[in-house]
Design a protein around this ligand. Structure first.
Ligand SMILES: NC(=O)c1ccc[n+]([C@@H]2O[C@H](COP(=O)([O-])OP(=O)(O)OC[C@H]3O[C@@H](n4cnc5c(N)ncnc54)[C@H](OP(=O)(O)O)[C@@H]3O)[C@@H](O)[C@H]2O)c1
Length: 382
C-alpha cells in the first residue's frame, strides 16, 4: 500500500492522479490533499477519499473547506499547510501538482523529508533545479517525472548507461497555434490560445504550450532532472503527440516512449514505479494513425522557447526570473491586458534587465521569480 499526498488535487493533474489512485484501492491510500481555493471540489474529494489532512492556500478557503470535510479531517492553510501535507509522516509518495512557483516550497520540503516525489510542478526545477536535485540526492528522495516528455525520457533511460547518452529530444505538439501565420499572432484571443488540439490541461500550461514557453521550461526541467547540458537537449515538433520524447545514444540509436495523449499514463507510471499499473486507457492504434510527422520548432513565430536556453546560459537566478516573468505575462494575456506576442517580448525584456546571482536557497529562487513577475507587470502597465 502506497500512501499518497496529492498537492494541487483540484487541478487537471490532481484530479487525474486521484482518478488513477481510485482505480487501485488495494495499492493506494490518500493521506493528504492540498489545493488553492476551490473549496467545493476539495470538500468533495475529502468526502470521497477521507484523507487525514487537507490544506488550502489561505484562511478564507480553510474556513469554507472546514465546513465540507468529514469530521476528524485536519484543515490547514497557507504555505505551511502545503508543507505539512508534503512531509506528513504517513506519506510515502507526494504528487507535486500545484501550478507555478507556488509549488516550489512544498516540493522542496517533500525532498528534504526524503519522500518519493511524482513531479508535475516543473516550476520547482525551473526555479531551483540545481538545489532541489542536490537535496534529493543528499536525502535519498526519488523524483519521478509526471510531465509526459520527462516520463518518456525516464522510461527511455531505463536499462541504459547514462554516459552513453548523446542527446535528449523533447517532442512538442506545437500547441493550439502551430499553423497560425506570424501576422495573425498579435490578434490571437485567450479563447483561441486555450483550445489545445491534443491535451486538456490547466490554463497556464495551455498558454505556455501555445507560445512554446512550455517546451522551454521543459528543457530547463530536463537539464536538472537528467543532468544533461542544454546544448544536448533538443526540441522537435510532433503534432500527433504520440512519441512522448526520445533519447539518442552515442551509436545513433534512439529509444522513444509512445502512447496515447492521456496524462493518466505518465501519472500511473510515477504512482506505480517501479511497477506498472494495469491501466485501461484506449490502446494506441498505430496502423489507424497511419503516419507520425516531425518538424523543427519555429523560433521566428514562437521565440519563447529560446529564452529558456538563454536563461540556462545566464545561470543562477535567471531561470527563476524567466518563470516568474512568464507567469505574469500569461496572467496579463488571460486578463486581456496584453497581446499574445507580448508574452515572449516581456519575458525577454525581464531577462535583459536581470543580473543573475548564484542560486543559494529556495527563498532566493522565489524572490527572483517574484521579481520577474513584477518586472513584466511594470512593463505591461506602461
Ligand atoms: N495539466 C497537464 O496535463 C500537465 C502536464 C504536464 C505538467 N503539468 C504541470 O503540472 C502542474 C499543474 O498543472 P495543472 O494543469 O494541473 O494546473 P491547474 O489545473 O491550473 O491546477 C493547479 C492546482 O494547483 C492548485 N494551487 C494553485 N495555487 C496554489 C497554492 N498557492 N497553494 C496550493 N495549491 C495551489 C490549484 O488549486 P485551486 O484550483 O483549488 O485554486 C489546483 O489544484 C503545473 O506545474 C504544470 O506545468 C501539467
Amino acid at each position: 500500500m502506497k500512501r499518497l499526498a496529492i498537492l494541487g488535487s483540484t487541478g487537471s493533474i490532481g484530479v487525474q492522479a486521484l482518478d488513477v489512485a481510485a482505480r487501485f484501492p488495494e495499492r493506494f491510500e490518500v493521506v493528504a490533499l492540498c489545493a488553492g481555493r476551490n473549496a467545493a471540489r476539495l470538500g468533495e474529494q475529502a468526502r470521497r477519499f477521507r484523507p487525514k489532512l487537507v490544506a488550502v492556500a489561505d484562511e478564507r478557503a480553510a474556513r469554507e473547506v472546514a465546513a465540507l470535510v468529514p469530521a476528524g479531517t485536519e484543515v490547514l492553510a497557507g504555505d505551511a499547510g502545503a508543507v505539512h501535507a508534503a512531509t506528513h509522516p504517513e506519506v510515502d509518495l507526494v504528487v507535486a501538482a500545484i501550478s507555478g512557483g507556488a509549488g516550489l516550497r512544498s516540493t522542496a520540503a517533500a525532498v528534504e523529508a526524503g519522500k518519493a516525489v511524482g513531479l508535475a510542478n516543473k516550476e520547482s526545477l525551473v526555479l531551483a533545479g540545481e538545489l532541489v536535485m542536490a537535496r534529493a540526492a543528499a536525502r535519498g528522495a526519488t523524483i519521478l517525472p509526471v510531465d509526459s516528455e520527462h516520463s518518456a525520457i525516464h522510461q527511455s533511460l531505463v536499462g541504459h548507461n547514462r554516459s552513453e547518452v548523446r542527446r535528449l529530444i523533447l517532442t512538442a505538439s506545437g500547441g493550439p497555434l502551430r499553423g497560425v501565420p506570424a501576422a495573425e499572432l498579435a490578434d490571437v484571443t485567450p479563447a483561441r490560445a486555450l483550445k489545445h488540439p491534443n491535451w486538456s490541461m490547466g490554463d497556464k500550461i495551455t498558454i505556455d504550450s501555445a507560445t512554446l514557453m512550455n517546451k522551454g521550461l521543459e528543457v530547463i526541467e530536463a537539464r536538472w532532472l537528467f543532468g544533461v547540458e542544454p546544448r544536448r537537449i533538443d526540441i522537435v515538433v510532433h503534432p500527433e503527440s504520440i512519441v512522448h520524447s526520445m533519447v539518442e545514444y552515442i551509436d545513433g540509436s534512439m529509444v522513444a516512449q509512445l502512447g496515447v495523449s492521456d496524462m493518466r499514463g505518465p501519472i500511473s507510471y510515477a504512482l506505480g514505479h517501479p511497477e506498472r499499473l494495469p491501466l485501461d486507457l484506449a490502446p494506441l492504434d498505430l496502423a489507424g494513425l497511419g503516419k507520425l510527422t516531425f518538424e523543427p520548432p519555429d523560433a521566428a513565430r514562437f521565440p519563447a522557447f529560446t529564452l529558456a536556453y538563454r536563461a540556462l546560459e545566464m545561470g543562477g537566478t535567471a531561470p527563476a526570473v524567466l518563470s516568474g516573468a512568464d507567469e505574469g505575462a500569461v496572467a496579463a494575456f488571460l486578463a486581456g491586458r496584453c497581446r499574445f506576442t507580448q508574452i515572449a517580448d516581456a519575458c525577454a525584456a525581464a531577462l535583459d534587465a536581470h543580473a543573475p546571482e548564484p542560486l543559494r536557497s529556495v527563498d532566493q529562487a522565489l524572490e527572483a521569480s517574484a521579481w520577474g513577475r513584477r518586472e513584466v507587470e511594470r512593463r505591461l502597465a506602461r
